[in-house]
Write a protein that binds this ligand. Sequence first.
Ligand SMILES: [Zn+2]
Length: 320
Amino acid sequence: MVFKTTAFDHSATAPWFGRGAQINDLAPGATTPLDRAPPGPGCAAMSDRIGRYVTDAGFAAAVVRCPATVEEVCVRQHGLGPRPATMLGEAIVAGLLLGTRLKGPGLLTAALAGEGAFRHFRVDAIGLGSVRAMVLPSTHEALAAWNGVDPLLSDGVLTVERRLQDDTQPYQSKLLVAGDAIPSVFNQFLVASEQVMAAIAVRVSDGEAVGVYVERLPGADVTHPLNELVIEMRDANSHPALNEADNAALLSALCPEATFRELHAYDVGFHCPCSRDRYIATLRGFKQTELTSLTNGAGVIETVCDFCRTRYDIPLDEVL
Ligand SMILES: [Zn+2]
């Protein structure tokens, strides 16, 4: 199952040129596998899971637990310090939760651009449970110079794009957001852009990465205590602790009056569709003068994926 994709938000993925070609997005006309990639060396531990639930009162919920994926992406791939890693980890959890709202196989992209040191990052939730995150070299440099005190994000813009398999016109929304609290940023999006009665809660700490999404569906019981829960979860001052070790206990603690029925559960893991062949295909679209300027003294074009930091050294001979 594949779908055509086009590059998204060029300003956010620039520069394509730097120390080696920074090819941040899929080659024009390239295809992305939407289904989960088979478990392999690039996939995180199989313990990371998403569970999806409904209640008799007409609410939907999702719970994601993905500490291994957050560790893989934030620490091993991007080498972030504790606070930036927590922030990106929270965005990964939130992105996976929003991805459960896709009406079919697709791609959900959430990009944050702020005025602070963590000036740009992007999370792609691909298909069912696959995720990757992009941190550009310029952002890594800004983080390296961060004084550890100033806001990491500050005022910024959240861009969310949804593409379903058969969409010719992807849905995109941009929202001005304030503050460094990632759950709050995504709740602002749900209220202002989606206009749904829904909220997320996220905790990334102590080796845990857990998140909950609750949405009131059309025709739901508007007097049910779950309405209050959604309102509380939206309020940064009453953000739930999410300390419970299993999903049933967690949902019960959030709303003892609700009975959640699990619809299905699936694995979560890191996946990036980049490949040496895809880079070669992209480079073949460049002018020869551009290729020459990218080639080092040994006749090799050094490329690094800004999502997973995988490096591909491609001899110019293979591109021409
Ligand atoms: Zn990659």
